[in-house]
Design a binder for this molecule. Structure first.
Ligand code: FAD
Length: 405
């Protein structure tokens, strides 16, 4: 794949039109936190029939599973609608990220991580009960691993526990930086079995929790640097009682391995998010370089400005190539390894962050003003280098793979 097909471009233009009509006019309300993102995302789903596509692919998949076939026909491990049509799953991400990358975080966590985990490890009953309403966007999902004392060392330092009590589990602990945490109806919650083993060696359990369960408190959105259209919050659990019907299967390699599979999906998705930011910053920067005049000439005539534009174009080409390669791999039924996904994420996140910062610089004082939009994209893009594993953690995953060969 070297470029988008005609059909892809039609999809892109339709999504773009919807974003111009629905998201751009709401951007201030999204940025202030006054408007949570979920109704807009539901409207996107309804407008493009993605809710119905999700429903029918869910039922087809469950039918295959019940007949003993593979759970994932495409082999992509991607539970988002359009997972079978890679361009359809990538183009809305890219286009939304040109305007409000937080919308993609809010959507990706609910679909890719929360529903994705339930689809990989749930029983058919658990999938029907919790994953389907997340996949159609009727409900909002969160995926909770990070704690105040365990982010990069997520499993080693995890302190949330589940203690067996008869047929039930009693869960205690706190989570932080949880995307959709304040509004989530359904929470995929990771904790350790309190069985007397040394804390670092304890089994990881994953529960599905519902908003309103006694003992579960969801904080208000935390104030943060950017990504305001994606509410982020804390969770507090005080003796929350969960039956075994809420426990997801650990699988052959346990909860740790399932979380790692999610990292692959999430990290590959960040490359598409980065491409959206880069394309938008480049477009805005070229327009500005052609129109802003100083010393009797347009700033695009200055070689230092040309260098910025040229570096942005190099980043755009490289990240686009990563996205195209990922689409080709999905079509071939191949999922990236953790190291490949980490390499994609590391490069794309840094590229988006640098491009957006350079766009602010190119715009001068206007770049620092919200009206010119690049400052929001610069703040939003910084988050790509932190969540789904920091840059430093991507380096460790890539290096570990290289050194193990
Ligand atoms: C906007 C946003 C949304 C998020 N959404 C979610 C969510 O939905 N669910 C969820 O569970 N979590 C979520 N997170 C949490 C995110 O995954 C963590 O913030 C991230 O993994 C880093 O953990 P930490 O913040 O504890 O930093 P720390 O782990 O404390 O890291 C501090 C510094 O040390 C560095 N470091 C750590 N280990 C090493 C090492 N071995 N070698 C070198 N350097 C190292 C880090 O790179 C970083 O620079 C979100 C975070 C943000 C910012």
């Amino acid at each position: 794949m070297i470029e988008w097909s005609e059909e892809d471009l039609m999809i892109r233009d339709a999504v773009r039109g919807w974003i111009d009509a629905e998201v751009r006019p709401s951007l201030d309300a999204l940025e202030s936190g006054e408007l949570p993102p979920y109704d807009l995302l539901r409207s996107l789903y309804k407008t493009f029939g993605m809710d119905e596509m999700a429903r029918s692919s869910f039922h087809a998949r469950l039918a295959r599973e019940r007949e003993g076939g593979p759970a994932d026909a495409e082999g992509s491990g991607d539970d988002r609608p359009g997972g079978g049509n890679a361009a359809m799953s990538m183009l809305p991400i890219i286009e939304l990220c040109k305007v409000a990358p937080g919308l993609v975080s809010a959507m990706g966590v609910g679909l890719g991580l929360a529903a994705g985990t339930i689809m990989k490890r749930g029983t058919p009953e658990q999938k029907e009960r919790w994953a389907l309403p997340l996949l159609t966007m009727e409900k909002v999902g969160a995926w909770a691993i990070t704690e105040p004392n365990s982010g990069s060392d997520a499993f080693g330092g995890m302190q949330a526990t589940a203690r067996r009590d008869g047929d039930e589990y009693v869960i205690n602990g706190g989570k932080t930086f949880i995307t959709n945490g304040p509004y989530a109806d359904t929470i995929v919650f990771y904790c350790k079995l309190d069985d007397g083993a040394a804390p670092r060696d304890r089994e990881i359990l994953t529960f599905v929790l519902d908003r309103g369960m006694p003992g579960l408190e969801q904080s208000k959105p935390l104030r943060k640097m950017g990504l305001h259209s994606s509410p982020t919050g804390e969770l507090f659990l005080d003796d929350v009682r969960a039956g075994a019907d809420r426990l997801l299967a650990s699988g052959s390699q346990g909860g740790r391995e399932s979380a790692r599979q999610n990292f692959v999906t999430e990290r590959a998705g960040v490359a598409a998010m980065a491409l959206g930011v880069i394309e938008e910053c480049l477009k805005l920067s070229v327009e500005y370089a052609k129109t802003r005049e100083l010393w009797g000439q347009r700033i695009g005539d200055f070689q230092l400005i040309q260098l910025k534009l040229a570096k942005m174009e190099v980043a755009r080409l490289n990240v686009q190539n990563l996205v195209f390669r990922h689409i080709e791999m999905q079509r071939a039924g191949r999922a990236p390894t953790l190291a490949e996904a980490s390499a994609m994420k590391l490069y794309a996140a840094q590229a988006a962050s640098e491009v957006a910062q350079e766009a602010v610089q190119l715009f001068g004082g206007n770049g620092y003003m919200s009206e010119y939009r690049v400052e929001q994209l610069a703040r939003d893009a910084k988050s790509f280098q932190i969540y789904a594993g920091t840059d430093e953690i991507q380096v460790t995953h890539i290096a570990r793979d290289l050194l193990s060969r």
